[in-house]
Design a protein around this ligand. Structure first.
Ligand SMILES: Cc1cc2nc3c(=O)[nH]c(=O)nc-3n(C[C@H](O)[C@H](O)[C@H](O)COP(=O)(O)OP(=O)(O)OC[C@H]3O[C@@H](n4cnc5c(N)ncnc54)[C@H](O)[C@@H]3O)c2cc1C
Length: 272
């Protein structure tokens, strides 16, 4: 795979190779970076993550909210986890949580960027320590995710005729949008601003009600988990209590029926 210029006479299908003629070549081969040229070694950092979709006995996460980048490290303060705590202080990792139901949740321990990548076993251990501390008991792992994303690294050599896009250009997240903005002409920028700013304001406005509401400082995840379990115990107790008179009424009425059938009831067949 390659890109050549000014070879119009050969712009036909050759033996075993397909030539496609065009006026602009874009390289969107991701981190394979097949067409664009670099003048420095590609030496990126890595975002590493270990995640699970798990069935759990219970969890503390609000069902309508995703938890992003929870850097709290309380779980590493448990006795025996001194080495994990020291490692986490050096290269901290955070938790993403996306609940589906009150018994099913996606949990992911992520190292934002490290060079070299943080090992998967270490990410897994940290996630397990977190879950143990929070008292989240996994009953079944439905899916596991091992994620490794190259982050940053060198930019393509400039100038050159192939235009890199996406991962090839070292672009990710908002950086992609910003670089398109920088590269576009004035009319396109004006149009982007005119359409984008109201949308951005509306989106931020929509986020405002969620600020400060989820996990206020007063309540830790562990406290939320304990509260969820306490509420479940209370509900189970109330359900049992509500069921008890009905059950005893049912059993006394079936007792009466049996007594009537056997002629031993105090009313119908009366011994007295
Ligand atoms: C598990 C995981 C989670 C991620 N989560 C997020 C996230 O939450 N948010 C976020 O912004 N980013 C996330 N990313 C990163 C994001 O996926 C990449 O930044 C993005 O996909 C890059 O897009 P791209 O089109 O440049 O490259 P890619 O999506 O890698 O596409 C490149 C394509 O080119 C093809 N290709 C390569 N070589 C050749 C060749 N020689 N001939 C023909 N085709 C070729 C490949 O097969 C591929 O289809 C995540 C990545 C992973 C792996």
């Amino acid at each position: 795979m390659g890109a050549e210029w000014g070879r119009e006479e050969e712009a036909s299908q050759g033996v075993g190779r397909l030539m496609i003629r065009g006026s602009l070549v874009l390289d969107a081969t991701g981190h394979a970076r097949r067409l664009v040229e670099y003048d420095k070694k590609f030496d990126p950092g890595f975002q590493g993550a270990y995640g699970i979709v798990a069935e759990v006995e219970s969890h503390p996460f609000a069902l309508d909210t995703m938890l992003f980048m929870d850097w709290r490290d309380d779980h590493t303060h448990a006795p025996g986890l001194e080495a994990m705590r020291a490692a986490n202080e050096k290269l901290p990792t955070f938790l993403y949580a996306m609940p589906f139901t009150k018994n099913k949740v996606f949990l992911e321990e992520t190292a934002l960027v490290t060079r070299p990548a943080l090992d998967f076993p270490e990410l897994k251990e940290r996630l397990q320590a977190r879950l143990k501390y929070l008292g989240i008991k996994v009953t079944r792992v439905e899916e596991e995710e091992y994620c490794l994303i190259p982050m940053g690294g060198v930019l393509p050599k400039h100038p050159q005729r192939v235009l890199a896009l996406g991962g090839t250009a070292g672009e990710r997240l908002i950086v992609f949008g910003l670089s398109l903005f920088v590269k576009s002409n004035n009319a396109a920028r004006a149009s982007l601003l005119a359409r984008g700013i109201p949308g951005l304001i509306a989106m931020l406005g929509g986020l405002l009600p969620t600020l400060g509401d989820y996990y206020g400082d007063a309540e830790s995840l562990k406290e939320r988990k304990d509260a969820v379990d306490a509420a479940a115990r209370k509900a189970a107790k109330a359900a049992l209590a509500a069921a008890a008179p009905a059950a005893s009424a049912a059993s006394s009425s079936s007792g009466a029926k049996e007594a009537a059938l056997s002629g031993s009831g105090s009313g119908a067949g009366g011994r007295s």
